[in-house]
Ligand binder design. Structure first.
Ligand code: ADP
Ligand code: MG
Length: 305
């Protein structure tokens, strides 16, 4: 179990994280979300022991994670970290990059393990390709496989799919997170993309103003976002009489006391996002077809779903 107690950290004078405490269970997928600059990457680096804390303690099981002042070689065998910027060895192949961290003692085992990892990150066809010729997304996948090579107990992932194109993203997310669950590897994943989180994270931590402002299950946070910051992570939303209402919770009805004027319709695939004016405020709702600019519609809030 990961146990973070009252962590305060600053690069220079002003703290980036202040009084941060949380736990993550064995095998848990915990997402860290927050706006750009909220300290997600900093938190992961600190968890990895890259920096000394100003205050607080971090434990993985009974091991205390110590910064460079107390631990000369950064990192521990039980913990792996995949940075937003990954560094690989460019002049050797994908297979060799992954294998670098595996023992040569059992060549057969090493081959099998490498093949298994190539499958998880969907790079089977690139085993013998030199890393320097890969795209950014492919390199990111090699970095993931390499971090998994010597099966860690906990893995820290910083925006792990940010360089990967949409064609591959969904299947890679499923493959990677399924693998981590199967192996019961604890996963702390920093992201600003709800697609990395919905469907995968057991729990979410929201960072804002140096602190954890929410920590709950993914479903609870989605259904009861508590603040505009949290709802904005999940999708388009409105504040109507102080209540947070997602665009999909606002429906066109025959008659109601919410009369809006359509401003614009945006094609979204299986629905249109409609921008409208409600008593001088912009509102967004979903509708199955586009609506003519300028027409008036009545809206109703349906909090189910
Ligand atoms: P996020 O990953 O959520 O975008 P970061 O952890 O990268 O946020 O950054 C949090 C804050 O820490 C930002 O204000 C950033 O400018 C600052 N910061 C990040 N890295 C350093 C560093 N090496 N030295 C000084 N300040 C830093
Ligand atoms: Mg970051």
């Amino acid at each position: 179990m990961l146990n973070v107690q009252n962590l305060t950290f600053s690069y220079q004078k002003t703290p980036i994280l202040k009084g941060v405490s949380f736990e993550a269970k064995l095998g848990e997928n915990l997402a860290i979300i927050g706006e750009s600059g909220s300290g997600k990457s900093t938190l992961l680096k600190v968890l990895y022991g890259e920096y000394d804390l100003n205050e607080g303690q971090i434990f993985w099981k009974e091991n205390e994670i110590l910064g460079p002042k107390y631990n000369l070689v950064v990192g521990y065998d039980f913990m792996k970290y995949v940075a937003q910027e990954f560094d690989l060895m460019p002049f050797i192949s994908v297979e060799e990059n992954i294998g670098k961290f595996l023992s040569n003692f059992y060549p057969e085992g090493k081959k099998e393990r490498t093949a298994e990892l190539l499958k998880v990150v969907e790079l089977e066809d690139f085993a013998n390709t030199k890393v320097k010729t890969l795209s950014g997304g492919q390199k990111q996948r090699v970095a993931l496989a390499r971090a998994l090579a010597k099966e860690p107990e906990i893995i820290l992932l910083d925006e792990p799919f940010s360089h990967i194109d949409n064609f591959k993203k969904q299947s890679l997310r499923r493959s990677l997170f399924k693998y981590l669950k199967e192996k019961n590897i604890t996963c702390i994943v920093a992201s600003h993309d709800k697609e990395d989180v919905l469907g995968f994270a057991d729990n979410i931590i929201v960072l804002d103003q140096k602190k954890i402002v929410a920590h709950n299950t993914t479903e609870t946070l989605f259904k009861n976002p508590k603040s505009p910051l949290i709802s904005s992570f999940f999708g388009e939303f409105n504040l109507i009489d102080g209540q947070i209402v997602y665009a999909h919770q606002l429906k066109v009805v025959e008659k109601s006391n919410l009369k809006a004027t359509v401003i614009e319709s945006y094609f979204q695939g299986h629905y249109y996002l409609i921008e409208a004016d409600l008593n001088g405020e912009k509102v967004f709702f979903e509708h199955e077809h586009s609506l003519k600019n300028g027409i008036e519609v009545y809206l109703s809030i349906t909090m189910s779903g």
